[in-house]
Design a protein around this ligand. Structure first.
Ligand SMILES: [Zn+2]
Length: 449
């Protein structure tokens, strides 16, 4: 169990004022963070992740190396108005708090940052007249009962762990640029400056663009926007329909989506990234290969949308237990594809169960490991596919309705919180009315009877 990082009403509050200069691939910004005390012990420091700095001096695989490096520089750090000296080591920044922060109090941390966007970066990227701003500002690291989470970057999975926060972001843009973001922009007016707010989200992503066009629609009260580039016209209708129907499908089964809008942005966002989830915004490639040739990427779109439930609303430590959001999301995706697209992958999942048994024997990893412990080649099978197969097997054993009840209860109980594998198993046992621990032990931890 994790101690709640901050009680309701005491979320960190970010205020960012950002000016985009496309000619220089730069975003110049001022950031203010109201930081409520976290935990019960007095707090004398705060840590931030500076993810753009992984693109400064790329240490990972050559295939994902950006064509042009990027970075984030920090200056003028102040705490409650007093200048302090930050310490940066790689992607981690430590800021000292001159007055120890005690329970119920908060500190105001301010800084300027200069973001230089990489070209061909993974997630954080710029091309033509579009900038993808992902993990683009100094992101407060999580402090919980295990202490500060200052985990390093990796190219395997999504190495990000952040907490529910409130955002108010002002963008100053050259003429003709618009903002697609975690916040709402339902009126669709193109203007600058534009201020976008969103409360209770783990992250704030934005796409600044002069090139994207949009198709808008509604699922109940939720605005569902599909953004695409010239040349993608033939997938707009099927993918927008899939997005609307996917939001409905998941909302009915797992519980209501708590925000007013979701944006789906089509296009490549870096090597090896078919799609990516952010609160209120997902990216997806437009098409995927099939036997009949390239087809609209319905599976990718509904996968990323399912993450709004698993990771977006119900959080988990994606570094420590990546299966918890990826496994449930892959299951959600396969369930949608089976029910709505008549694509039954049960045969593939049965094979995957056998294959992962072999992987476990040879490589030694289970489905519940940290990102760093997986070789790239087995990550998808262990973290996405096997847990999805497990959920289908569970449907066979206790029935589809019970499994939906488990997911619904889990969603309701851990909405806006952080859940763990143990929490998930506890809910499953409770809702099923029997001890499923041996079932999960076998599927997740390979403990065979
Ligand atoms: Zn995923």
């Amino acid at each position: 169990m994790f101690a709640a990082p901050a009680a309701e009403g005491q979320r960190p509050q970010y205020r960012i004022d950002a000016t985009y200069v496309p000619q220089k691939d730069e975003v110049k910004a001022h950031m203010e963070l109201i930081l409520p005390a976290q935990g019960t012990r007095a707090q004398t420091e705060a840590f931030f992740h500076l993810y753009p700095n992984v693109f400064r001096d790329w240490k990972y695989g050559r295939e994902a190396k950006p064509q042009k490096p990027g970075y984030i520089d920090i200056s003028n750090v102040r705490v409650d108005g007093k200048p302090v000296k930050e310490k940066i080591s790689g992607i981690i920044m430590r800021i000292p708090l001159p007055t120890p922060l005690t329970k119920g109090k908060s500190a105001r941390i301010e800084m300027d940052f200069l973001l230089n966007l990489p070209r061909g970066g993974t997630r954080l990227n710029t091309f033509k007249q579009t900038a993808f701003l992902a993990q683009w500002y100094p992101m407060l690291s999580v402090r919980d009962q295990d202490g500060w989470h200052t985990e390093p970057y990796t190219t395997v999975g999504d190495p990000f762990y952040t907490q529910m926060s409130d955002f108010e972001v002002t963008f100053r843009l050259p003429q003709g640029y618009q903002v697609i973001s975690t916040g709402n922009n339902a009126d669709g007016r193109v203007r600058s400056p534009i201020t976008v707010k969103q409360e209770r989200v783990r992250d704030f992503a934005a796409v600044l663009t002069k090139d994207y066009r949009v198709t808008r629609g509604k699922m109940g009260n939720i605005q569902v926007n599909l953004w695409y580039l010239k040349g993608m016209e033939n997938v707009v209708k099927p993918l927008h329909e899939a997005a609307v129907s996917g939001m409905k499908f998941y909302g009915e089964r797992f519980g209501p989506y708590p925000y007013d809008e979701v944006d789906i942005v089509l296009g490549e966002t870096g090597f090896g990234i078919a799609g990516m989830e952010y609160p209120g915004l997902v990216t997806s490639i437009p098409t995927v290969p099939a036997e009949s040739g390239q087809v609209p990427a319905v599976n990718v779109v509904v996968h990323e949308l399912a993450h709004q439930w698993w990771y977006g609303v119900v959080g988990n430590n994606q570094v420590k237990e990546p299966w918890l959001d990826e496994g449930l999301t892959t299951f959600s995706e396969f369930l949608y594809m089976q029910k709505k697209m008549k694509e039954d992958e049960r045969g593939l999942l049965k094979k995957a169960a056998k294959r992962t048994d072999e992987i476990h024997r040879v490589v030694g990893v289970t489905s519940v490991e940290r990102l760093y412990d997986y070789p790239d080649a087995v990550y998808g099978m262990m973290v996405y596919i096997r847990p999805a197969a497990m959920m289908f097997q569970l449907m066979d054993e206790i029935g589809e309705k019970k499994v939906m009840d488990i997911l619904h209860t889990y969603y309701e109980r851990y909405r806006f919180k952080v859940a763990t594998t143990r929490d998930f198993i506890r809910v499953a046992n409770e809702v099923a009315g029997k001890d499923l621990t041996p079932f999960f032990d076998e599927w997740l931890y390979f403990k065979h009877k």
